[in-house]
Design a protein around this ligand. Sequence first.
Ligand code: ATP
Length: 910
Amino acid sequence: MENRHPLTGSHPTWHSITGEEALEQQESTLEGLSTQESQERLQKHGPNRIQQGQGRPWYRRLLDQFNNILMMILLVAALASFLLGHAIDAAAIVSVVVIITLIGFIQEGKAEQALESIRNMLSPQANVLRDGKRTTIAAEEVVPGDIVLIESGDRVPADLRLIEAHRFRTEEAALTGESVPVEKHIDAVESSADLAERHSMAFASTIVVQGNAHGLVVETGQHTEIGKISELLRRVEPIKTPLVKQLDRAGRVLAIFILGAAAFTALFGVIIHGRPPSEMFMAAVGLAVAAIPEGLPAIVTIGLALGVQSMARHNAIVRRLPAVETLGSISTIFSDKTGTLTRNEMTAQALWLGNKQYRVEGIDFVPDGDFHPMQRDGKRDTHSIDIEKDQILRDFLEVGVLCNDSELTKEEGHYYIQGDPTEGALVVAAAKGGIDARELRKHYKRLDAIPFESEHKYMATLHPSGDQHRILVKGAPDRLLEMCATESTLDGDVEIDYNQWEERIHDLSSQGLRVLAIADKLTSNVDKLEHHHVESGLRFLGIIGLLDPPRDEAIKAVKLCQQAGIRPVMITGDHASTALAIAKQLGFSQTEKAFTGRELESMSDKELEGIILDTDVFARVSPEHKLRLVQAVQACGGVCAMTGDGVNDGPALKRADVGVAMGIQGTEAAKDASEMVLADDNFATIVRAVEEGRKVYDNIRKTITFILPTNGAQGLAIMLAVLSGSILPITPLQALWVNMVVAITLGLALAFEEGENDLMQRSPRNPKAPLLDLFLLWRVVFVSLLLLAGVFSIFTWLLNQGGSEELARAGAVNMLVTGSAAYLINSRFLINSTLSISGIFGSRPVWISIALIMLLQFAFTYFPFMQFIFGSEALSLTHWLAILLGSIFIYLIIEAEKFLWSRHESHKKY
Ligand code: ATP
């Protein structure tokens, strides 16, 4: 098989030949390929993959490490030291530069890799016919000749010549830049037609916005139209989030300020104290190196990447990194009901046909169970019904199966539904009555169909019936009642009794059942179904109530939300009574009244803002209402997550602070518009992700509050020494060392911290609150001064004891590092006390990093070559004891400070 034209050898213009010709040229049939043939073609054509952007190449990542002020300063300092004759200093600076570069390079690489592998988890799927059967495969395995089934919301997996199309429209912005959907059909077009005019084709990576179609795959992978211009796809999401950028900016301002202070200090030393300029130059470099917290943005990125990984492990796949930050401040979660709050395992439980009520036995998709009549007083009747003798029931079940696209399959002893579970429940109910859906569908050919869409809330099909055509409709009962004129009873068709049916619908829905109605109509002059054919003059056949119990995890998650000050809000296409009943089972708090889509339409934006904060159920809602709900919450200052699965949910998902798409039920269009995808479609997963988001943000705040004082104390130590004309307690090279070892050990530890116990008992974070508020700034200054005091105390004590400058400096450096290590334990909780066994010893990462840094410090203090490079000297046991006591003292003072804060009401929330 070759994609070239057999006669001319050129690529055929697929759009200008007929579907049959295309099938012939691809050596395929309407039934698709066999599995074996598809394997062979896959071998031959390769996977259906478009080469994606590779991210930054490694050398760019390496070079980018030098693109910051600290590196510039270090390189200048190395050069200057060399020129001033300090070859050892220059070599030491260069080695530190190399180490810092490598660490940044490796860590960023890891973060990028982690994000990349998570992106790969979202690889798309495609529905194809293989061996004549509908099968879902990875889109990568699609081969030329495959017949692909696509419908509203799907992303087209390859270039397709359409074979069958119903009201089919695609949005081709990815390809042509045109965002107005294009109408597609199966007729051949001019061979000279532009891409945008090839209406007989659906192109890879465009999105289906309406209808459904069967298409023959004619090109895959790099040969598709989009593949040819795949440069466009090489855009890679930047790894920098707003938070990291904010830190970058703040860091730059701080760096300039520090450089100013360093220059001033050096000049002061030269002019006022008459110190040699070369020495003062090195002191200024030391001060700058010591005080600039350059490692921070990298550590924050790592924190975010860790958060993303952990969320992915819990089924929440973050598509855009900034969502991790936003999740922590979510105050409202708008959630779809079916499948997210409930299990989406629909089972038919009750029917009302004519004047008879039935009960159906059995649960799940297992087609075992009988039909029983219900008595007038609602009592159960134990007799089962022989369906062959109940023509009305049989006809109802048959219509339910014909106006339906789902299939019941049994694999390895398990039954499951392919397609929509709501429809699946009807197939299962029919199977309980002995009706085989496949056989029935073969017998009653379908001439046309209007697929179910949430806006219309019904589905309709057209079938031959004698010499007439019969339209079958199933949908939301209130919607169908509007479209019906008569109802079918045992005594023939009579005028419909709306009130009675409304009562029955209310009765079933207030038990929490999702209710579907079924109706039909005979017609003689309709060949192609349009909405206006269906929307009047129908005959009402009856209703069926489907049970879809709440997920157990969702009940727990709703409770957790309430403790965490987050309001879950149910948005459903279902009836208000069903929604309220399920909301009650889930434990929603304000479930007195549900507003419906119609009521929303009659409200102004202001009116909606008035009720939005007190309503947690919205029923009979269409996707376009969702956007207004999001806007209303945002207008009230809320931060919201919104779930969605359909193509029309796009605008609301984009507008929400965190758009959440369903991974299983969701369309590609919804995933595209969202920040996060739920691999398990589960509400509890959103709440878990919010918890993780809070934790990540908390850990970032902790990390910053931890790192800054180490920088502050070193900078101040050097500055004070120069300004007062005394010797430096820490040399520039030593400052460099401290910065490096703290950044690779202690600085990373807090990113791995577990969330604090009360994480989900706090109110959501105010999104406008600065990252470092006054409280944290105070903490930074306070601890900087504490560490500074520690450094000077040890330094002067050692000098006063007659120790050398080298010894005093070794003491000062170790005091600084050990004091920082003690402060690391304080920083595990910003306000809560760590004065307990679990507070002090509860974190493995903290202790591993402390152990590591102590090993490095021993090396620094005792290894002769380190002593030589850094000018340190061996300390005695007494010195270490003094340092240890100093550190414990620092730890306790900070705990005392926390205690005072925790009594201060306004900071309880931390
Ligand atoms: P939720 O918003 O809770 O996830 P949903 O999105 O499934 O619910 P819709 O799909 O809009 O809600 O369904 C609204 C109503 O349409 C249902 O209550 C049901 O009566 C009817 N309905 C649902 N699925 C179908 C279908 N496949 N065919 C016909 N009618 C349906």
